[in-house]
Write a protein that binds this ligand. Sequence first.
Ligand code: DAH
Length: 347
Amino acid sequence: MQATLNALVQKAAAEFATIQARPEFEAAKARYVGPNGELTALMKQMGSVPKEQRPVVGKLINECKVHIQELLDAAVDRIAAGELKAQLGPAVDPTLPSPDAGPGTYHPLTLVREEMCRILRKVGFAVADGPEVETEFYCFDALCTPADHPARDAQDTFYFPETARFGNVEKRVPEEKYLLRTHTSSVQIRTMLKGPPPIRIVSPGRVYRRDTTDATHSANFHQLECLYVDRNVTVRDLKALLDYIFASLLGKDTKTRFRPHYFGYTEPSFEVDLSAQHLPKVKKEWIEIGGCGMVDPAVFSAVGYDPEVWTGYAFGMGLERLAMLLYGIDDIRYFYQNDLRFLKQFA
Ligand code: DAH
């Protein structure tokens, strides 16, 4: 019996060692320990073993059974490891250079933003930043747009629930609400409250409005805001600066024109149009690009500047529209889709 059992274990060890896949494994397992298996058959013979030999033979068979189970376990572990390896594919060598095609590139909006900041830095403007979550005070009230003012409806936006808390944005009064800023003009107030004139800042950033998306509208987009406060600032200075920045960005054939308009925080106020027909894909003679004006004395009073002493201009414009003009892009949605075919064109 001992010899038979030893031979069986040896045969099993040899067979199991060559098994590669689960179906083969199941078949081999059945050949030994299945209902018609060889070991099962030997165990069935126990009945015919003389009584006094049974403990010895039983022990031998049991040992053989344990052995075969160990061989089966080892085989199944080996098969599982092989399956995992196949799933993982060839080994990765982390020391090899990246297969990516070099470093990334700038997004077209980043390119336009940086170019505008460079143009403005050249004439003394410093970049200022403000939070995208704002309070009603900075976004509207301090800009002479009180709660019942129709201009507030025109910039209908995303308010936060009263329970919302933002550690880095302080409320002036507990009743006021948090909202996503509708324009970068809020940075004007933040900057003026920080210190006395002269002030010369440019503030680019993301803004939000409740808007239905189409080729020229997006619920979030980017603006660039400028504020200049000094003595004896006039509309001529404002016009001269706008002429300078658009000629620098879009070429010297670019023209600007002012159309009278209303903004709560400037008096007089204008909308700015651009004429840049030398650019590809520009079909219209005049394209509206932003708003501007002379800072309203009431805004100066609100931030503690003496309106008898200080004068200033401010303007805000959309960065997407500028980038669309500059690069001949005809749909604003391209900016946000992260499609490499689009982005690579600005590499
Ligand atoms: N905040 C205005 C807007 O989003 C644009 C604007 C108009 C900005 C006049 C200004 C300004 O600084 O003086 O439509």
